[in-house]
Design a protein around this ligand. Structure first.
Ligand code: AMP
Ligand code: MN
Ligand code: MN
Ligand code: MN
Length: 290
């Protein structure tokens, strides 16, 4: 890779139209390359359908690639995301686990639409569907885009704040995968499991601590420290968690869409230099461009 692997511009978290991003894998690979990314992973929610195209596009762009996904998990009454990196994308148990996790999205979306109708917003299911690239992966993001398009809110942040988070009219509680199952699917497929953007969860300090204790006990090994979802203070806090729990550190923009995402692909600051980057431990799993 030319320079020391630990200092490369790694971006190991983003979304394509196979989940709730707006770009195709090929456009993401080209954008990552143009923005100076030197190691890339596509991490669609609960879905591997974009992996082959992402890997091929990365290879064509001269961009080293790691397989990725972001699994939705229920923990302590909230939703936690677990990123998997460097697994075998052909693994059957991982595919089955993700399919089961995706399966809850369709009925949830219909319930969300009914809830929004009670709040005076009609046709949200059909409206959201217009933004969906993958029929198995309807998400709150697609509802948010519909509410922006229909003029109810100015941007997707406002939609989440007013309608789609707990306590708001369009929020429907949902049971996702179990933490231990998600970690096991990733690890048994040869990958490393990483807690995504931990500062985003509404966990008490005790629950946050319990999350990392349980995650490690299940075989989880990494935490996102530098992400588009963290402030500089959040990054410092979870760098400390990485040290305390002996976790590998990850870095990813969580890029979804030009004009929607605050941080573009490749646009993050580096990891604190004393931390061990997760991608060093995944070196044998990096798919080099030939
Ligand atoms: P879902 O998996 O359907 O619950 O949707 C979760 C997705 O919604 C996340 O992956 C983000 O892309 C998006 N999201 C969650 N919270 C917010 C927020 N406050 N503002 C904008 N997007 C959000
Ligand atoms: Mn998302
Ligand atoms: Mn996430
Ligand atoms: Mn994400």
């Amino acid at each position: 890779m030319g320079k020391a692997l630990r200092t490369v511009n790694a971006d190991l978290h983003c979304h394509s139209a196979f989940s709730d991003g707006t770009l195709e894998p090929e456009a993401l690979a080209a954008r990552a390359k143009a923005n100076g990314v030197e190691l890339w992973a596509l991490t669609d929610h609960d879905e591997l359908a974009g992996q082959r195209r992402a890997r091929d596009a990365a290879r064509a762009a001269g961009l080293p690639y790691l397989t990725g996904t972001e699994i939705s998990v229920s923990f302590a009454g909230t939703t936690v995301h677990v990123v998997g990196l460097g697994f075998d994308a052909e693994d059957g148990d991982l595919a089955a686990g993700l399919a089961a996790t995706r399966g809850g999205r369709e009925p949830r979306a219909r319930e969300m639409s009914e809830a929004l109708a009670k709040a005076g917003i009609r046709g949200a299911y059909e409206g959201a569907l217009k933004f969906v690239g993958n029929p198995e992966l309807i998400s709150r993001t697609h509802f948010a885009r519909f509410l922006v398009e229909s003029g109810v809110c100015a941007d997707t942040q406002e939609v989440f704040r007013r309608f789609l988070v707990e306590g708001k009219p369009g929020f429907v509680p949902h049971r996702w995968a179990r933490l231990g199952d998600a970690v096991r699917w990733i690890v048994d497929a040869g990958g490393i499991a990483v807690i995504a953007h931990p500062a985003r969860y509404k966990l008490t300090p005790t629950e946050d601590y319990a999350l990392f204790v349980e995650f490690k006990a299940h075989g989880g090994r990494g935490v996102e420290v530098v992400t588009g979802s963290h402030s500089a203070a959040d990054a410092l806090r979870y760098a400390e968690t990485a040290r305390e729990f002996g976790l590998l550190a990850s870095r990813g923009s969580d890029f979804h869409s030009p004009g929607e995402s605050r941080i573009d692909l490749g646009g993050l600051p580096p990891l604190p230099p004393d931390l061990s980057p997760v991608w060093e431990a995944l070196e044998p799993r990096i798919q080099a461009p030939s």
